[in-house]
Write a protein that binds this ligand. Structure first.
Ligand code: ADP
Ligand code: MG
Length: 244
């Protein structure tokens, strides 16, 4: 579903991503781990077209392709890409002036052009799925961090994306709220009907061990390991020394 081929990204003279190749299959749940500054967020942002890269390419499905280099990708490609690949950020990034329901509706209504009346039933179902059916009319400031992040997940799901990228979705949350959010991700990961690829950057190792099919370890802008979760965390394995 997502293929990253040999991408290289510089900030000034520094090679932030140093020839990364990795693939994520349809319906697969992948965890990305690695020290702070290893390039995890940059990799997600390159996949989602939020940042340019100098070399290599990213493809999503059969039709979307971003090529590194000095030329900006066409706006149409970027819009198609962002519909296909949703993102959930550490800081939620909800629209503060909109209710939870309107936040969830924002994708279908503004990005896809679906009539509000046609999108409401799905949006309410998604709020229910993340355990917030009773918060549809609340604004972000009236919700806890964990509730806001669950709204953000419902919003990402609302355009029925091919993939969702999560950049440390629980690291701004206390343990109880983290658990609430990871429970939603667990529920999606365990749902046979749900075929959306999920790529999760997280330091929550127990949660990744539970939900991820594969683990990618980044070190200094390179893939140090990519393979099955069991292998990554086995004693002496490439991610065994990472702790929660
Ligand atoms: P991670 O998410 O793994 O902590 P990042 O992808 O945020 O890592 O950052 C990777 C490296 O790129 C870090 O060394 C960071 O300092 C650097 N970096 C990120 N954004 C910029 C920027 N806009 N300008 C210069 N350096 C940056
Ligand atoms: Mg980061």
């Amino acid at each position: 579903m997502i293929r990253v081929s040999n991408i290289v990204k510089y900030h000034g003279p520094v090679r932030i991503l140093d020839g990364i190749s990795v693939g994520f299959g349809k319906g697969q749940v992948a965890g990305i781990v690695g020290p702070s500054g290893s390039g995890k967020s940059t990799l997600l942002r390159c996949i989602n077209g939020l940042e340019r890269f100098q070399e290599g390419e990213v493809s999503v499905g059969d039709t979307i392709r971003l090529v590194g280099g000095p030329v900006s990708p066409p706006t149409k490609t970027l819009l198609t890409l962002r519909r296909a690949v949703g993102m959930v950020f550490q800081q939620f990034n909800l629209f503060p002036h909109m209710t939870a329901l309107d936040n969830v509706l924002s994708g279908p209504v503004y990005a896809l052009g679906t009539a509000r009346a046609d999108a409401i039933a799905t949006a309410r179902r998604l709020l229910d799925r993340v355990g917030l059916a009773d918060k549809a009319d609340s604004r972000p400031s009236q919700l806890s961090g964990g509730q806001q992040q669950r709204v953000a997940i419902a919003r990402a799901l609302a355009v029925n994306p091919a993939a969702i990228l999560f950049d440390e979705p629980t690291s701004a949350l206390d343990p109880k709220m983290s658990t609430e959010v990871m429970r939603v991700i667990d529920d999606l990961a365990g749902d046979e009907q749900f075929q959306t690829t999920m790529v999760i950057v997280s330091h929550d190792i127990p949660a990744l061990r539970r939900v991820a099919d594969v683990i990618v370890v980044l070190e200094q802008g390179k893939v140090a390991f990519a393979g099955p979760t069991d292998e990554a965390f086995r004693p002496g394995g490439p991610a065994a020394t990472l702790h929660d």
